[in-house]
Ligand binder design. Structure first.
Ligand SMILES: Nc1nc2c(ncn2[C@@H]2O[C@H](COP(=O)(O)OP(=O)(O)OP(=O)(O)O)[C@@H](O)[C@H]2O)c(=O)[nH]1
Ligand SMILES: [Mg+2]
Length: 260
C-alpha cells in the first residue's frame, strides 16, 4: 500500500493478481506528521502521518440508539468509528473497555448478541458504532452472509461521517479465512480500517499462543498485501492496548477535523 500524491487515497496492490485497489482515507492534505509508524520487524505497515492525540480520555459515554437499518440510524452529525468482526470476537466488550463503562454494550458468550447498529456517543463529540458480527451461524449459509454484507455495506457506503473502521480479529484462535475476506472486502469497498486483535490475555492450554496466531494472521495477509494496515493488540479483560487505541482514534479525529 502507498499513499498517492494528494494523500487522499491509498492503493493496495494484490501481489497475486497484481490488481490495484484504491482505498480512500481520511488523511487528506496532511500538514503535520508527528506519529509515523513504518516498518516494524518482519512486516511493513502502512505509513500514516497523524496529528498528535489530544482529548483521548473518555469522560462520558451514552447509548444513543439501536437501528435496524442504515436509513434509521441517527443523523450523521458526529465523526464515527465502526467496529466489525466475527461474532463473539469481543466488539461489545471492547466498547465497554474503551469507555470504562461495563454494561454499556451488551456482552454475551452466545454468538450473535448484537443484531442491530448501535450508536454510542462519546464525550458528546464523537461516536462508536457496534455492528452485528459476521459468521456466527455455520448453518446460516450464503443467504445470511449476503444479508450481512448488504446490511454493513449500506452502512459503510452511506455514512459520510464514518472516519475509520476497526476490524476485530480474535488473537486466541488461528487465522480465519472469513477475517481475511472481510479485510479484502473493506479494501475493495475503499473503507479505511485498522486491525484490532482481541483477547490477547486468552492463551489456551493447548495450541498456539496469541502471539503466534497474530503472527500467522499477518503472514497470511502479507502474502497479498504489500503493506499492512496499522494493528493493535488488546484485551478487554486486562485493558491492554486500550490507551494506544484511544490515542489512535483521537489522532484520526484531529485529522478529520483538520480536513472537514
Ligand atoms: N478472555 C477474554 N474474553 C473476552 C475478551 N473480550 C471479550 N471476551 C469474551 O468473549 C465473549 C463475546 O464477547 P462480546 O463482546 O459479546 O463479543 P461480540 O463481538 O460483541 O459478539 P456479537 O455481539 O455476538 O457479535 C464474551 O464471553 C466476553 O466475555 C477479552 O479481551 N478477553
Ligand atoms: Mg456484540
Amino acid at each position: 500500500m502507498f499513499l498517492t500524491q494528494d494523500f487522499r487515497f491509498l492503493r493496495i496492490r494484490n501481489r497475486t493478481t497484481s490488481r490495484t485497489k484504491t482505498c480512500s482515507l481520511t488523511q487528506r492534505a496532511l500538514s503535520s506528521s508527528h506519529n509515523i509508524p513504518g516498518s516494524k520487524g518482519e512486516f511493513t505497515y502502512l505509513k500514516l502521518q497523524l496529528p498528535p492525540a489530544e482529548n483521548t480520555r473518555v469522560k462520558k459515554a451514552t447509548f444513543v440508539k439501536s437501528s435496524p437499518s442504515v436509513k434509521l440510524c441517527p443523523p450523521d452529525r458526529y465523526p464515527e468509528f465502526a467496529l466489525i468482526g466475527r461474532s463473539n470476537v469481543g466488539k461489545s466488550s471492547l466498547i465497554n473497555c474503551l469507555t470504562e463503562h461495563n454494561g454499556l454494550a451488551k456482552v454475551s458468550k452466545e454468538p450473535g448478541m448484537t443484531k442491530l447498529i448501535n450508536h454510542y456517543l462519546i464525550n458528546d463529540t464523537w461516536c462508536i458504532v457496534d455492528l452485528p458480527g459476521y459468521g456466527f451461524a455455520k448453518t446460516a449459509g450464503k443467504e445470511a452472509r449476503d444479508s450481512w454484507i448488504k446490511f454493513t455495506k449500506d452502512f459503510f457506503i452511506s455514512r459520510d461521517n464514518l472516519v475509520h473502521v476497526l476490524l476485530l480479529v480474535d488473537a486466541s484462535t488461528p487465522p480465519q479465512q472469513l477475517d481475511m475476506e472481510c479485510a479484502n472486502w473493506l479494501a475493495e469497498c475503499e473503507v479505511p480500517f485498522a486491525f484490532v486483535f482481541t483477547k490477547i490475555d486468552s492463551n489456551k492450554k493447548e495450541g498456539p499462543t496469541c502471539s503466534k496466531n497474530i503472527r500467522a494472521f499477518k503472514q497470511m495477509l502479507a502474502k497479498d498485501w504489500e503493506e499492512l494496515p496499522w494493528c493493535f493488540e488488546t484485551s478487554s479483560k486486562t485493558g491492554s492496548g486500550k490507551s494506544e487505541l484511544l490515542g489512535y482514534l483521537a489522532s484520526l479525529r484531529a485529522l478529520h477535523l483538520m480536513n472537514a
